[in-house]
Write a protein that binds this ligand. Structure first.
Ligand code: SF4
Ligand code: SF4
Length: 143
């Protein structure tokens, strides 16, 4: 079993092509789309959680996407939650696609589980108190 979160950036000329579904058809990789923004004739991005498959299938799938012009990178930066600032309003839990931010009941406390975080950054945009942030803005290209 091989699991990983990857960020794909599509140049405008391939943004509308059905490339990602080939990861399953050709390379036996099962994945979940955590977030995506794809528009016709514009650069798009997609955050994929590879849920199962082999390491060699993953490497071949990455090579396939790169050969098609897609940039593939791993999220090297991490999200943090500033507990001093967080008011536990819950706004971030409504946008978090992976349940990394969730409400603990009955305390109604917002918990951040960094192991589930895909680094999509939606919580940073949503938090009214600016309690969510990034450790580093770097990403690491997949070889
Ligand atoms: S949106 Fe911000 S203040 Fe509200 S619960 Fe989430 S981290 Fe805390
Ligand atoms: S960056 Fe924020 S919204 Fe995105 S998965 Fe991580 S905790 Fe959830």
């Amino acid at each position: 079993m091989y699991s990983k979160i990857v960020i794909l950036t599509f140049p405008p000329e391939v943004a509308q092509k059905a490339l990602v579904c080939q990861l399953t058809k050709k390379y036996d990789l099962l994945f979940n789309i955590l977030s995506a923004k794809i528009s016709n004739q514009k650069q798009g991005y997609m955050v994929l959680e590879i849920q199962s498959g082999s390491k060699s299938g993953f490497n071949k799938g990455v090579r396939y996407l790169k050969d098609k012009g897609v940039s593939v990178s791993l999220p090297e930066h991490q999200i943090f939650k500033d507990e001093e600032i967080c008011t536990h309003c819950g706004a971030c839990t409504a946008v978090c696609p992976t349940d990394a931010l969730h409400i603990k009941r009955p305390e109604m406390e917002v918990i951040f589980d960094k192991d589930k975080c895909s680094v999509c950054e939606l919580c940073i945009l949503t938090c009214p108190s600016r309690a969510m942030g990034l450790f580093s803005a770097e990403t690491q290209d997949v070889e």
